[in-house]
Design a binder for this molecule. Structure first.
Ligand SMILES: [Zn+2]
Length: 476
């Protein structure tokens, strides 16, 4: 019984995942009466009685969505207020319509059952003076706008909605077996949502006096800048979307996306949308992915090198920070080096010596040179085994359990800027120059790292709300 219920759940998940991606674009390929464009239904499903032949070929692109009078004239049919509110909540765009998912997933889902589920979803939300532009002009991807629209109608396939029509679906939250999984629960009161919002410090707090839609609307209109130099109403849609993705990953794939990863992706998506839509602000776009802080009680050292041409001065630099992104110490160093690879290797070697000098414990050393990491970690001896490589291997062994890792260039902005600055301006050669505070040239990048880092770090410190396999399977 438990097994078959689980299978049913998975199938429904697949089914709904497909259907939820459907989106109205410019409306040219959608037949107003017969295609399903109104919360998984066609207009025909919403009204009873015969349709005038003259109206039946009308395409959605020609419909006056915002004038009830004109709309009724076009379709030659009077419609109830609630249906007009639903229709006028849709906005046509210049994008092509994305094709409908076919209800019959051959062999994967009982299509007649699915059809009856969707057709029986009644329009219960009362007319509400909701500014639909808040959704259709939201700073986010088109698919997330469509998701917001479904949210405003509380028509996402959460367990509460599924239970209304399929009695064997348990209405409860997969993480909180005692709570009905409503929209309010998933996105506001569920511990999985609370930990998410806590990590990004929301603007508009939810109050029990307010309706779900009021909460959505008030967050969507808050354009004041939030963290990460982007407005709250750019972060908010991304946050809802990532809370939903994280829930689905667990429910359908049994995959627990760590909170820190989900937050990082959310901020990344929000930044990308915001800076793409405001291309004049493109130059302010933060380097992404951002610096990744170490776990609490650990130190993170980022090292880098700056090299221009053989036998000309090159520089190495490193910065040591704690999990809050606070500056512990840095260094720069300048000398003549033969190649970019040698310079990267030298930066690692100097960092290892520096770590040993301070006797720092619990250290993660990060470089953006993948090749250097691979060669140091490998047991293979190279033909002309360079002294620096051998020295690095020896020191690394001595400093165990120190972790040496490769990370993208964009995570390494501070060390990169210090190294470039040192190559140009440092006078002393072959000397470790200790930096007790951030240099002027790296200050902006340092502050940015600290901002994004603290968000990620907070979510690591708080720890994810644990997911438990038994919760899902116990439902039947
Ligand atoms: Zn819950």
């Amino acid at each position: 019984m438990a097994l078959s219920f689980g299978r049913e759940l998975d199938k429904a998940g697949l089914f709904f995942e497909k259907s939820i991606m459907w989106d109205v674009g410019n409306g040219t390929s959608i037949n107003v009466w017969h295609d399903r464009w109104l919360l998984h239904k066609s207009l025909r499903d919403w009204v009873v009685g015969p349709i005038p032949l003259s109206a039946s070929e009308l395409s959605l692109s020609h419909l006056h969505l915002n004038s009830r009078l004109q709309l009724e004239f076009q379709i030659s049919f009077p419609i109830p207020e609630s249906l007009f509110v639903l229709i006028s909540s849709i906005s046509l765009s210049s994008n092509p319509d994305t094709s409908f998912s076919d209800w019959s997933f051959k062999g994967r889902f009982d299509s007649s059952k699915a059809r009856s589920v969707l057709h029986s979803l009644e329009l219960s939300a009362p007319p509400f003076p909701f500014k639909w532009d808040l959704i259709w002009k939201a700073t986010t991807y088109p698919k997330v706008r469509f998701f917001l629209w479904l949210l405003a109608w509380e028509r996402i396939p959460n367990n509460q909605n599924l239970h209304l029509r399929l009695s064997h679906f348990q209405p409860f939250c997969p993480f909180c077996p005692q709570c009905v999984e409503s929209c309010t629960h998933i996105f506001i009161t569920c511990p999985r949502a609370v930990e998410f919002w806590d990590s990004i410090k929301p603007h508009a707090a939810y109050s029990q006096d307010h309706s779900w839609r009021f909460w959505l609307a008030s967050n969507l209109q808050l354009s004041s800048p939030h963290s990460f130099a982007i407005p709250w109403n750019a972060i908010f849609p991304a946050a809802l979307w990532h809370i939903w993705l994280r829930r689905n990953a667990w429910l359908f794939k049994k995959k627990n996306i760590p909170l820190s990863q989900s937050i990082n992706q959310c901020i990344w998506a929000a930044s990308e949308c915001f800076f793409t839509q405001n291309s004049n602000l493109q130059s302010l776009k933060p380097p992404l992915p951002a610096w990744i802080p170490p776990p609490p009680t650990y130190l993170k050292i980022n090292c880098d090198a700056s090299f221009t041409m053989p036998y000309s001065p090159a520089a190495c630099a490193a910065v040591c920070r704690n999990f809050k992104g606070e500056w512990i110490e840095g260094f720069s160093w300048k000398s003549f080096i033969n190649s970019a690879y040698d310079a990267e290797m030298q930066a690692i070697f100097l960092s290892l010596k520096w770590i040993k000098l301070h006797n720092w414990q619990n250290v993660i050393l990060s470089t953006d040179s993948k090749r250097a990491v691979e060669e140091i970690m490998s047991d293979m001896s190279l033909a002309n085994n360079p002294t620096c490589l051998v020295n690095c291997r020896d020191l690394l062994r001595e400093l165990q359990p120190l972790e040496l890792c490769f990370e993208e260039r964009t995570t390494n902005a501070v060390a990169d800027l210090i190294a470039k600055d040192a190559r140009r301006n440092l006078e002393a050669m072959d000397q470790l120059c200790i930096l007790h505070s951030p240099t002027e040239g790296c200050m902006a990048a340092f502050v940015l790292d600290q901002t994004t880092g603290s968000v990620i770090s907070n979510s690591i410190v708080a720890g994810d709300v644990p997911v438990n396999n038994s919760m899902v399977c116990n439902n039947s």
